[in-house]
Design a protein around this ligand. Structure first.
Ligand code: SF4
Length: 370
């Protein structure tokens, strides 16, 4: 059986909350995992928005990514690791959601929580917020607190896994690619910040974006400086990342002429970084969140996988994209996230992935005539 066609939006649905939605479904999506997971949740959010209003619970770090998203009615920022940690914080968040629902959801036929992140804390939040229908993955630690469990299909893209939470009663099927493209909406502030940064460095033409960072050390491909040196002979390179990526940015800067190099590291918000990636001819990234930003912005993407593999479900979704990984190692993959240190000590999965093939792909995808 094929998946049902998504419900048509209400007439006049553009422009925010729709009064007719009150007779349908109110959705609460709880996604408090990593930045990339939040980006990959946006296709689910878009699907649920065709059924009625969608509220989101997410972390302070990820919240900025969902700004301007027309599919989101309300964003609840849950600082679960700091200001709202522990039971007191959980109760306070639940009370806030309850109050909001009481105010806005009177008359809604059905309220459903989607546990896009599987922790018991998230499930408890849905329970305490009074959402009686809770849908999550059958493999999640909190699965006994769900009213419906959806299979977590190992070799499926994570955007598809999350999207299928919207169809808990249907036979599993791969949704169409266009339904799975993440959605980000940089606004005027983000566009202006990027324009200003590029103007400051005299970049007015094409450039290639590099995202050398990752929280997990073994996922950081070590040859960005050499790649940047070669690419910068043809177009400027712009390095993207947070403050923690400064060391990688400095190493790249040391290999590239100053007038061919821009560092956006620590200078832009996440959403502005997405805007910057959207203006690039191509992005070269590790298996990390910039890949998913590029998927949202439609930027040709080259993603380099070391200890992880695309079949974990986190590969690029941009229309033009490629992945690279060491094909000849029995130890690979060795960890779902990528360990901080290679357990075998040699880190061959990244050390033996040279620059030539990445440079060739950059040339093919970004710099040669299409
Ligand atoms: S064990 Fe293998 S896959 Fe894992 S980090 Fe080391 S070289 Fe890479």
């Amino acid at each position: 059986m094929a998946l049902p066609a998504p419900a048509e939006p209400f007439p006049g649905a553009e422009g925010g909350v729709r009064s007719q939605d009150r007779s349908r479904q109110s959705s609460l999506v709880i996604q408090t995992a990593f930045i990339g997971d939040t980006i990959l949740t946006t296709p689910l959010i878009a699907e649920l928005a065709t059924r009625g209003p969608v509220d989101i619970v997410t972390t302070p770090v990820s919240a900025g990514l969902l700004q301007n998203n027309p599919d989101v009615r309300h964003l609840f920022v849950f600082d679960k690791r700091d200001a709202q940690r522990g039971m007191r914080g959980l109760w306070a968040m639940a009370r806030t959601i309850r109050r909001h629902r009481a105010e806005h959801d009177a008359g809604v036929a059905r309220a459903v929580a989607y546990l896009a992140q599987g922790s018991p804390r998230s499930a408890a939040l849905a329970v305490l917020a009074g959402v009686h229908e809770r849908i999550g993955f059958a493999t999640s630690p909190a699965r006994t607190m769900y009213t419906k469990r959806v299979p977590y299909i190992e070799n499926q893209h994570h955007a598809a896994r999350l999207w299928l939470l919207a169809f808990p009663n249907e036979q599993r099927a791969e949704p169409r690619a266009e339904r799975l493209r993440p959605r980000l909406f940089p606004g005027a502030a983000e566009k202006n910040a990027v324009t200003e940064l590029l103007r400051e460095h005299g970049v007015s033409g094409p450039f290639v974006a590099l995202a050398p960072g990752s929280v997990w050390a073994t996922k950081r491909w070590p040859y960005y400086p050499e790649l940047a040196q070669r690419v910068s002979m043809r177009v400027p390179v712009v390095v993207i990342g947070g403050k923690d990526d400064q060391t990688q940015a400095d190493a790249i800067a040391a290999h590239v002429a100053a007038d061919r190099f821009v560092s956006a590291v620590g200078r832009l918000s996440l959403l502005a970084s997405a805007e910057l990636i959207g203006r690039a001819r191509a992005l070269v990234s590790n298996d990390s969140s910039p890949t998913h930003m590029a998927s949202a912005m439609g930027t040709p993407t080259i993603t380099i996988f070391g200890p992880t593999v695309p079949s974990f479900g986190f590969g690029p979704l941009a229309p033009r994209s490629a992945t690279l990984g060491h094909a000849g190692l029995d130890c690979r993959p060795c960890d779902r996230h990528g360990p901080q240190r290679c357990p075998l000590g040699h880190w061959r999965c990244m050390r033996e992935l040279g620059v030539d093939e990445v440079e060739r792909l950059v040339g093919q995808m970004a710099l040669e005539k299409r």
